[in-house]
Design a protein around this ligand. Structure first.
Ligand code: HEC
Ligand code: HEC
Ligand code: HEC
Length: 138
């Protein structure tokens, strides 16, 4: 019966492939629970630049517009929800409320598998602070 081992292995491989649709999302992490985002507390009267749903779906093009308006048109003021005025800046405005890029932007981006290349040039405040501390303690 020296073939039994091979037969069993064959069956296991077959079962593995056959049940692939069931285990692959678990193993490859596609159907994991949505990430916990660190958000400013809306109860403290803090709201985003625009409505949350809009931000969730459209922050990418909002940021693109901000960049174009600042860099091409030299306009730095954006009027958002309820007529509030904002300085159009990724690091100074978005990250002023969303303090941790890692616990907010990155967490969601990792989950949906996008990695915007903004941070090569735009330095987030927390990172800046770390650098300053590291530099001072030299
Ligand atoms: C190669 C470097 C580089 C990359 C990569 C880059 N930017 Fe910029 N960005 C700049 C520079 C330089 C300015 C002009 C700075 C200014 O005038 O204040 C700017 C300005 C901006 C501004 C307006 C000013 C401000 O303080 O934020 C926004 C918004 C912006 N970029 C968004 C983005 C986003 C979103 C990404 C990623 C998708 C990105 N940028 C990637 C270099 C870069
Ligand atoms: C004045 C503070 C403030 C500023 C500035 C701000 N946000 Fe927000 N943002 C919030 C708050 C508060 C929430 C959560 C609201 C809620 O949970 O209903 C939020 C929610 C979001 C969400 C949706 C998160 C989710 O629940 O899915 C995204 C995406 C987002 N912000 C991106 C940005 C970007 C990009 C910028 C800069 C263009 C920005 N925010 C600027 C306070 C701010
Ligand atoms: C709730 C989830 C969520 C949060 C939080 C979030 N994003 Fe996104 N972001 C997305 C999704 C989803 C996409 C991809 C959209 C697409 O491909 O059409 C995206 C795309 C982007 C893009 C365009 C990337 C590209 O290559 O086209 C930029 C820039 C961006 N996000 C910036 C930010 C910044 C800055 C923050 C934090 C202040 C943030 N996002 C927080 C979900 C999120």
């Amino acid at each position: 019966m020296y073939n039994a081992g091979k037969v069993i292995i064959g069956i296991l491989i077959f079962l593995g492939l056959f049940t692939y649709p069931i285990w692959s999302p678990i193993v490859l992490g596609k159907a994991g629970p949505p990430p916990q985002l660190e958000k400013p507390d809306p109860a403290k009267g803090k709201v985003c630049v625009e409505a949350t749903d809009y931000m969730r779906s459209t922050h990418m093009s909002l940021l693109n517009n901000w960049r174009d308006w600042v860099v091409r048109d030299g306009n730095r003021i954006y009027t958002g929800l309820e007529g509030k005025k904002y300085n159009m800046s990724l690091q100074n405005t978005c990250l002023d409320c969303h303090k941790s890029r890692e616990k907010f932007c990155d967490r969601c981006h990792n989950y949906v598998n996008v990695s915007p290349r903004c941070w090569e040039c735009h330095i987030e405040p927390e990172y800046k602070q770390q650098q300053a501390v590291a530099w001072r303690s030299k």
